[in-house]
Design a protein around this ligand. Structure first.
Ligand SMILES: Cc1cc2nc3c(=O)[nH]c(=O)nc-3n(C[C@H](O)[C@H](O)[C@H](O)COP(=O)(O)OP(=O)(O)OC[C@H]3O[C@@H](n4cnc5c(N)ncnc54)[C@H](O)[C@@H]3O)c2cc1C
Length: 448
């Protein structure tokens, strides 16, 4: 039996806005006594929920499934994101893709399988459009440089046989109410979610089959037969474990010096009044991704179950290898986001941000996931490389299929990857990465 003390528990800066604006539900109890389970999933984000749902489809009904989440569901990064489920590669510079179409087509196919899986969950658990909608995606430019990014990307889409439409400045105004954007590019395959509502609805939909525990961080892992997971108030004995904790897989002692921990930040306005909505104009619900990858993501949501009409704005990325973001990053994000908001929505002068927050992503230098069987009957479904709503769903499905089936069509494509590569030593890594990101953010100019 090997013993691993968990070195760090998740700390997410600021409130979980998307979770705060929906009606609170009863939630789930925490582990308060010793229990046993055939399968334990650690982590209740995209990856953990997808693993839980796929296990529930694959296992006979007498095999028990438990999910342990350190915090409340929807309060971690899974419920803190901008809610874009993206099927196409994110980077808009088509030079990156030259000669690499096969790889991209495989990724797109896998991404769409993940979005279909999320859509079928949304349908099965009765989620309204405000929580999951197959909206497609619009990437928009505010500068000539941004337009060049869109045009370069469109060439790559043509090479891959993907349909798209350009949107004029007037059309962008009609969608967003803002004259900030001068060109857009729309594709059909993506989806938009209310991330915290989606996570909670999935858990509620699965509660008859999966036993969920919130506020139950795993603080020690003893691998053996059975494995024993220690939480502050009880132990869980498990035959099989799926670790779905994204970057915190490192806190379990796995993948040392191989994972990059990036934080990104967001702000959400207070509810807009009827007169402010009229001054804004545009459509009721929309989302815009920036033409420059270091630019600003913006969403407008309409009133869903009392949550209000609001704008959400995201930018800034910082590398924090300690897995915690300092207060200075939150202050930088606030200044940047107020500036970006003012540039886009001059008609909403005086509208304050009600929530400001940040959250963790996990990347690897070679963009590979931290995936596979780590020890006997312990699997990792971690390191989503940014696009975690889709990649997390995918790795959760794949971990469940690997653990139960051993092989599947999805695994044949998904397993075509190497391990995350080794990182350069500190302090060069953090200094270099943060300086590069600052430089790229500065280069993004008005796109920010
Ligand atoms: C502001 C922001 C905007 C973003 N926008 C997008 C976007 O538009 N589209 C997109 O695809 N991605 C986006 N992301 C990234 C996305 O949110 C993540 O990649 C995704 O949440 C990863 O999913 P996951 O399930 O792998 O990990 P997580 O969502 O991080 O879930 C892991 C869970 O494990 C739990 N955990 C950790 N340690 C323990 C422990 N010891 N015991 C028990 N539980 C533990 C954590 O509390 C957490 O809930 C964004 C992120 C942020 C912060």
């Amino acid at each position: 039996m090997t013993q691993k003390k968990i070195t760090r528990l998740p700390k997410d800066p600021g409130p979980a806005a998307w979770n705060s604006i929906i009606e609170p539900d009863l939630g789930f109890a925490s582990v308060s006594t010793d229990i046993e389970a055939d399968w334990v999933i650690v982590g209740g984000g995209w990856s953990g929920l997808a693993a839980a749902r796929r296990l529930s489809q694959l296992l006979p009904s007498d095999e028990s499934i438990v999910l342990l989440e350190a915090k409340r569901l929807g309060e971690g990064p899974a419920g803190r994101n901008s809610g874009f489920m993206i099927d196409l590669p994110h980077d808009l510079n088509s030079d990156t893709y030259a000669g690499n179409n096969d790889h991209d087509l495989k990724q797109i196919k896998l991404n769409r399988q993940a979005i279909d899986f999320a859509e079928s969950a949304a349908f099965e658990y009765g989620m309204p459009k405000a929580v999951f909608s197959r909206s497609g995606k619009i990437t928009a430019a505010a500068t000539e440089q941004g337009i060049q990014h869109l045009e370069s990307y469109s060439k790559h889409l043509v090479e891959m046989g993907e349909a798209f439409k350009f949107k004029s400045a007037e059309e962008m105004l009609g969608i967003t109410g803002s004259s900030f954007y001068i060109k857009g590019l729309q594709t059909e395959g993506g989806a938009m979610v209310q991330p915290a509502a989606f996570i909670r609805a999935c858990a509620n939909g699965l509660r008859q089959r999966v036993q969920f525990f919130e506020n139950s961080p795993v603080i020690e892992l003893n691998s053996g037969t059975p494995h024993v997971l220690k939480t502050p108030a009880g132990k869980v004995r498990a035959r099989n474990i799926i670790l779905a904790v994204n970057g915190h897989i490192q806190s379990f002692g796995f993948y040392p010096k191989r994972l990059l921990h990036v934080f990104t930040f967001a702000s959400m306005t207070r509810k807009l009044s009827p007169s402010e909505l009229q001054a804004l104009g545009g459509q009721s619900d929309w989302g815009i991704l920036p033409a420059d990858p270091m630019g600003t993501t913006v969403r407008k949501i309409s009133n869903y179950s009392g949550s209000g009409d609001r704008l959400i704005i995201r930018n800034l990325a910082t590398l924090n290898q300690s897995l915690e973001a300092p207060e200075t990053d939150m202050r930088r994000a606030k200044a940047m986001q107020d500036h970006s908001f003012k540039n886009r929505f001059p008609m909403l002068k005086g509208v304050d941000m009600e929530y400001r927050w940040g959250g963790r992503l996990c990347l690897s230098l070679n963009s590979m996931p931290a995936f596979g069987e780590l020890e006997e009957r312990i699997w990792s479904a971690c390191c989503q490389n940014g696009l975690g709503t889709v990649k997390g769903t995918l790795s959760g499905i794949a971990a469940a299929e690997l653990a139960v089936l051993g092989s599947s069509d999805l695994l044949t494509d998904f397993l075509e990857h190497q391990a995350p590569s080794k990182l350069p030593p500190e302090p060069f890594l953090s200094l270099g990465a943060n300086m590069t990101m600052r430089w790229k953010q500065w280069q993004a100019g008005k796109e920010l």
